[in-house]
Design a protein around this ligand. Structure first.
Ligand SMILES: Cc1ncc(C[n+]2csc(CCOP(=O)(O)OP(=O)(O)O)c2C)c(N)n1
Length: 664
């Protein structure tokens, strides 16, 4: 039997379908998502939750003229399927395939790129302001999740909407989940809202509007249908059992939509986001509104796939899975534990031994590994929501009271909190510890998620101690060491499995600013090359050194450990006797570790060619694997060897003794 999905490729096609046909299409889309994502993984749960919403959006509005701005945009897969990208959908998040987020360069229907949370309301409002300036009539629809409302920027935008524009449509896609369960007062507030008998008011507003429509009778009939639907919503979805309402509310009542209305926004809802007729009608209503409006929709993350409904967190975003059962492929036997798990276990141990240590996550308990702390010592664990700036300042506050907060925030998301790092932590020289997972590539996610800038953005700040472990055991040493410092401390480590090194029972206190000689020069003759390989680049360094040694070079390998303060003595000692120095880093070249070495050698007038291997000055695309991107951009042992050899071929290299001034 042919599917509607085979005939639908563009928004115009959706508009031609009847409601019943669209309902059928919704089921087909769910099936497509479940089957197509099974091979490479992706954000299955969030997308299963927005199938009806996306269909309704495309039947009511017309992109690219109208604009859809998705917060984070991990839930824009259905939109991709309906906007000319169906045939390439199976390539999503793979090399040369579709990106997993909205991307302006990918389609004219993607009006705004994202990957980080909390940007959609501001961006959409900016579009509205531009439209109003220009005198345009396009609609701007902003789709944001309940967890986006834990983010400060969202509130900065909400504060600004009412007096900036008259036409703004916000869809609050409320599924009660962030990646983990949504947290905080706003989540409780939304929960109260959905228990309020608002549907009466919504019904009246809808009916009033429908009466104004040309085909009045039909419209009224539709209105009654909507009423039934809304009642259905209330009984089936909206009235989530919450026996603690009275306690939660403190006044024994329902929540009210006051917060939105006081902000100058009309509030409609809550409505069942899976009731296609109702969602469509409501969007039609919103389209005719002459005042900014927020529609509160209730959806279920993972709808249509039992496994995803059972485990919303796991299915928020995952790797390959079985399309029938949802089972994921366990890691190959012998795969070392992930850095994040080592971090989580180490946090538990550190907290057990030192009462001043606490862990802070910004809505990423599992991704960072801090969930282990929540389980073991819940009163030492804080999930502050998607609020990196707040997390950092909150940590600063705790640090002023003698605590040692550990902020576990991915390298890329910490960028959000740069001013807080500068103004609140570093300027006051507070001993906050930052554990930055995902430093390096997040290959499938791509440029929004790669953590390639932290060395550069941190090394210019006074008081910073910044480190990168070569393996998981050293990560724990660094965490332990950090808890003994009186300054801000940053530890960067990569995504995924560790190196397979056993973690000692008792971590070692490292000397600040001291690197490690992994391999000294041999007694053999041969051109001397020192490879300074930061963190997880040790593997490449070893391979390159082996190849160079096989070709008659004499190689030393250094584990710098610290990017700030740099081990100047060790760096100079080895650089001054080398004919070529190599720096290897999983970071952009510009302003990174290699730059630090260059600055030092220049200041100390140590003249030696320096080959810097790292990421180039461009945004690195997404791909199926880290290895692929490293090959493509030259972060390999082969390229290291070739570049070292080129130094010898390019110009006759004078011996180090001839060109180098003696060290003082
Ligand atoms: C600044 C930032 N911090 C953290 C994340 C990681 N993250 C991606 S999606 C997500 C939860 C989004 O929840 P919600 O907006 O409610 O959408 P849902 O997935 O529930 O549909 C989080 C925390 C991010 N993308 N950006």
């Amino acid at each position: 039997m042919s599917r509607y999905l085979d005939m639908v490729d563009r928004p115009e096609h959706v508009k031609k379908l009847t409601l019943e046909q669209q309902k059928q299409l919704a089921e087909e889309i769910r099936h497509e998502l479940i089957v197509k994502l099974a091979k490479n993984g992706g954000h299955l749960g969030p997308n299963l939750g927005v199938v009806e919403l996306t269909l309704a959006l495309h039947s009511v509005f017309s992109t690219p003229k109208d604009k859809f701005v998705w917060d984070v945009s991990h839930q824009s897969y259905v939109h991709k399927l309906l906007t000319g990208r169906k045939d390439r959908f199976h390539t999503i998040r793979t090399t040369d395939g579709l990106n997993g987020f909205s991307l302006r360069t990918e389609s004219e229907h993607d009006c705004y790129g994202a990957g980080h949370a909390g940007t959609a309301l501001s961006a959409a409002l900016g579009m509205c302001a531009a439209r109003d300036q220009r005198g345009g009539d396009e609609h701007v629809v902003c789709i944001f999740g309940d967890a986006a409302l834990t983010n400060g920027i969202s509130f900065e935008a909400l504060n600004n909407i009412g007096h900036t524009t008259k036409k703004f449509i916000g869809i609050l896609n409320d599924n009660e989940w962030s990646i983990a369960k949504n947290v905080g007062a706003i989540a409780s507030y939304l929960n109260k809202l959905i228990q309020h008998p608002r549907y009466n008011q919504l019904q009246k507003e809808l009916e009033r509007w429908l009466r104004r429509m040309p085909k009045g009778e039909l419209a009224i009939a539709l209105g009654h249908k909507a009423e039934e639907a809304i009642k259905g919503v209330v009984t089936e979805v909206a009235l989530r059992p919450n026996p603690s309402t009275i306690d939660v509310d403190g006044r024994g009542g329902y929540g009210s939509s006051l917060i939105f209305e006081e902000l100058g926004l009309r509030y409609l809802g809550p409505i069942d986001g899976h009731n296609l007729a109702l969602v469509t009608e409501t969007l039609e209503f919103a389209k005719s509104c002459d005042k900014p409006i927020v529609i509160h929709m209730l959806t279920k993350k993972g709808k249509g796939f039992e496994a995803a409904l059972q485990s919303p967190e796991k299915f928020h975003g995952l790797g390959p899975y079985d399309a029938q059962t949802g089972a994921t492929i366990p890691p190959k036997l012998g795969t070392p534990p992930n850095y994040q798990d080592i971090f989580g276990q180490a946090m538990v141990k550190l907290c057990q031994k030192d009462n001043s240590i606490v862990g802070i996550t910004a809505a990423m308990p599992t991704g960072t590994g801090l969930k282990a702390l929540e389980k073991a010592l819940p009163n030492r664990y804080y999930d502050v929501g998607i609020a990196e700036e707040h997390a950092v300042i909150f940590a600063a506050g705790m640090a002023t009271m003698g605590y040692r907060p550990v902020c576990a925030i991915y390298s890329t998301f910490l960028q959000r909190a740069y001013d807080c790092i500068h103004h609140d932590v570093c300027l006051q020289d507070l001993p906050v510890i930052f554990c930055m997972d995902r430093a390096g590539l997040s290959a499938n996610d791509g440029p929004t998620h790669h953590g390639l800038y932290d060395i550069a953005y941190l090394r210019c700040l006074p008081n910073v101690i910044a480190m990168a472990p070569k393996d998981e055991d050293e990560l724990v040493d660094m965490m332990f060491t950090a808890t003994h410092q009186k300054h801000p401390t940053f530890i960067r480590y990569p995504r995924g499995a560790g190196e397979g090194v056993p973690v000692k029972d008792q971590p070692k206190l490292l000397e600040i600013g001291k690197g490690e000689i992994v391999q000294d020069f041999s007694a053999a003759r041969g051109h001397k090359v020192t490879i300074f390989a930061l963190g997880n680049m040790q593997k490449i360094a070893k391979k390159a050194a082996e190849q160079l040694t096989a070709e008659g070079f004499n190689c030393a390998i250094i584990n710098p450990r610290f990017t700030k303060p740099l081990d100047e003595e060790l760096t100079m000692r080895f650089a001054s006797v080398s004919e070529v120095v190599v720096t290897l880093e999983d970071h952009v070249l510009m302003g990174g570790y290699g730059s630090t070495v260059l600055e030092l050698l220049s200041e100390k007038r140590i003249h030696v060619p320096v080959v810097r291997i790292g990421w180039p000055d461009q945004f690195i695309e997404h791909a199926s694997s880290v290895d692929y991107l490293r090959q493509k951009h030259g972060l390999t042992a082969e390229n290291t060897v070739a570049k070292v050899k080129a130094q010898f071929n390019a110009a006759p290299v004078t011996t180090s003794e001839e060109v180098k001034p003696k060290l003082a």
